[in-house]
Ligand binder design. Structure first.
Ligand code: FAD
Ligand code: FES
Length: 360
């Protein structure tokens, strides 16, 4: 389409700052109606390409408009759409590619609203409403890393690994990726290329003959003797993540070095803990140098509700236990509700001991 061709040229040759300046100074109703990709105050992305990655998995190449700022590999965006008259939004991990573009890789979930809409309706030339990148599942300058993922959980790991490999001095990387069948392999060509560069193991739960051995088949430390030297990044279906966390715990691995991303949320309620009475308990937010004394009124309140009731401003996103924006690391004490390893999702987790210490 000519309009989008011109939009791309404008973003490429003028740059996002100039396009922003020009569009905001010529924001007429006419311009908005005829080109709502650039004449808008909203962040939007143009679909430039759609690629079949594996059966039921598509990668969309997106060019964001002038409101795009920056992203960190491993972060995600919120995609918003009207599906059957209903406003729906979901999160998708980003992979940066060249010239200010990025990709999202979406697995179509059976009966899923937005993944089905993206697969069926988003095509080259479509414009998507998106929000700015967020999330803390990002690389933190560690020297040795082990990525463990299953299914579409490979997407944020792929993004971080690509970023690390582009560094002048890449950290020491290892990747374990698990799928059901060979045909389900996401980023299959890249995984084959990576095998020549670092320790990449691709395992299949239903095709044992053609794969690396499953992570669950032997103790973790036997498979990764330098486990304790590596920060672990974990993403996949809940059952898979629970198994890996149990295996890491069994190995005595320092769970403060485990970084997790959850794709599917559930309703989180505080586990009944007859022994725990919040009255007089303390919650420490080490990174803010703040500590809160709890009262009986805090029973059943999430960490976020407790902090906000005391006027503490914490980073927050979806408030539904999904986006991970509010995650902090449990340094000591106990928490229940939405907790993964030592990662505590403040918006949907609850204190469960007399002294809880959290840090960024
Ligand atoms: C931080 C974050 C990053 C994410 N990144 C990606 C990504 O890169 N690629 C990607 O494909 N998805 C990703 N997701 C999942 C995505 O946001 C949606 O949840 C998923 O696409 C399903 O949305 P839907 O509207 O199609 O399904 P819904 O209409 O929300 O759900 C339909 C049914 O499917 C179940 N369901 C929802 N999600 C999943 C799932 N992932 N697997 C199995 N069952 C599910 C629901 O419990 C429900 O029963 C991410 C989620 C989060 C929180
Ligand atoms: S997980 Fe999104 S704000 Fe808590």
């Amino acid at each position: 389409m000519l309009k989008h061709h011109l939009n791309k040229l404008a973003l490429k040759h003028l740059g996002r700052q100039w396009v922003d300046y020009l569009a905001s100074n010529t924001m007429t109703e006419f311009n908005r109606r005829h080109n709502d990709f650039l004449w808008t105050y909203d962040l939007k992305a143009l679909v430039e390409n759609v690629r079949e990655e594996a059966p039921g998995v598509k990668t969309f190449t997106l060019l964001p408009n002038q409101h795009w700022k920056h992203m960190k590999a491993g972060q995600h965006i919120e995609v918003l759409a009207s599906v059957d008259g209903q406003q729906v939004s979901r999160y998708y991990s980003l992979s940066p590619i060249r010239r200010g573009r990025f990709t999202i890789t979406v697995k179509q979930v059976d009966g899923g609203m937005l993944s089905t809409w993206l697969h069926q309706s988003a095509r080259k030339g479509s414009v998507l409403h998106i929000r700015h990148p967020e999330g803390k599942f990002t690389y933190r300058q560690q020297r040795k890393l082990l990525f463990i993922c299953a299914g579409s959980g490979i997407t944020p790991c792929y993004s971080m690994i690509s970023d690390c490999l582009a560094m002048p001095e890449s950290p020491d990387l290892a990747l374990y990726a698990q799928f059901s069948h060979t045909s389900d392999t996401i980023f299959s060509r890249t995984l084959t290329d990576w095998k020549g560069q670092f320790d990449v193991r691709v395992a299949y739960t239903r095709e044992a003959h053609h794969s690396a051995r499953l992570l669950s088949s032997a103790p973790l430390r036997e498979q990764y003797p330098d486990l304790d030297e590596r920060d672990v990044y974990l993403c996949g279906p809940q059952g898979f993540m629970d198994q890996v966390i149990a295996a890491l715990t069994h190995e005595g691995y320092d769970l403060t070095r485990l970084h997790c991303e959850r794709f599917v949320a559930q309703a989180w309620v505080p586990e009944p803990s007859a022994a725990f009475d919040p009255d007089g308990a303390e919650v420490h937010f080490e990174h803010l140098d703040e500590h809160i004394c709890l009262t009986a009124e805090d029973k059943g309140r999430t960490f976020m509700e407790i902090a906000e009731s005391r006027g503490l401003n914490l980073e927050v996103g979806c408030r539904q236990g999904m986006c991970g924006t509010c995650k902090l690391t449990l340094q000591s004490g106990e928490a229940n509700g939405n907790v993964l390893g030592q990662a505590v999702y403040l918006c949907s987790a609850y204190p469960a001991s007399n002294r809880v210490v959290l840090d960024a």
